[in-house]
Design a protein around this ligand. Sequence first.
Ligand code: SAM
Length: 297
Amino acid sequence: MTQQKARHVPVLFQEVMDFIRVRPGGTTVDCTLGLAGHAEGIVRQLGSAGHFIGFDRDPEALGLARTRLSRVCEELGSEAPRVTLIGEAFSTIAEHVAQHSVDGLLADFGASSLHFDEARRGFSFQADGPLDMRMDTRSGSTAEQVVNEMGERELANLIYEYGEERRSRTVARAIVRGRPVTSTAQLARIVASAVPPMKFIHPATRTFQALRIFVNQELQEIRALFEAAPQLLKPSGRFVVISFHSLEDRIAKDSIREGAQKGIWKVLTRKPVTATEDEINRNPRSRSAKLRAAERQ
Ligand SMILES: C[S@@+](CC[C@H](N)C(=O)[O-])C[C@H]1O[C@@H](n2cnc3c(N)ncnc32)[C@H](O)[C@@H]1O
């Protein structure tokens, strides 16, 4: 493990453990293994009769999670639960997990520190790398294909919708003029030269977010998970989600509220749970995390 990968810290760890309330001997699903920080906490509590199921569509993350969880299970010996890891998008969850079989369902949305810290994955405007941004590196269009092949108007709409960037038309025009765009640093430069400097964030932040969401179909994935979740959970089973920006959180908030009105969910978090000052100091990425939890009625 490199220094950068070792730096990964799971956000709102204790809060996740409190809300997911792992039932020894039960089944808990982590839809977003990442580097298995939350997963390790869950696996340690499931007991030998328990079953842990983990998803990650990124083959590299899945490999790292597998190594970490194998070590934990080795350490637990006869107390280790059964572990099943699935290298697919969590929107396929209903194909892999039986109905009404789950006690706890966790999803910690978005990209991981593995994505942001490794320049070669193309997620970061702070380091130069190929413009890839795919979590699942086995298929789908890269960000490079999107910025070079999409029409200007469509690109502007994408940047507006998924990046909430008010200057989306200016940005899209600059990108089209700057083609071919092949690296993260080149894209960051083009965007920074098209819009005025910003006080708190790099001017390319929103454009990068928009491309990442589009390339990975992130919002469609989240909607599909919210549709599948009620059928998967047992009565009193818990669903815990962590979002990192308003587009994700809006889906979580609206889906839980609508589900509560239909008698599907009991809301456990009237307001989203956020990180303490102490956690934010230790792990700045936790600053924008919002946890929402619901219990299956
Ligand atoms: C924020 S990280 C999770 C970190 C993890 N909770 C931990 O403790 O290390 C999100 C992970 O979910 C994966 N992911 C994101 N969207 C996904 C999807 N739709 N299906 C499967 N995996 C997804 C990403 O590849 C990434 O590894």
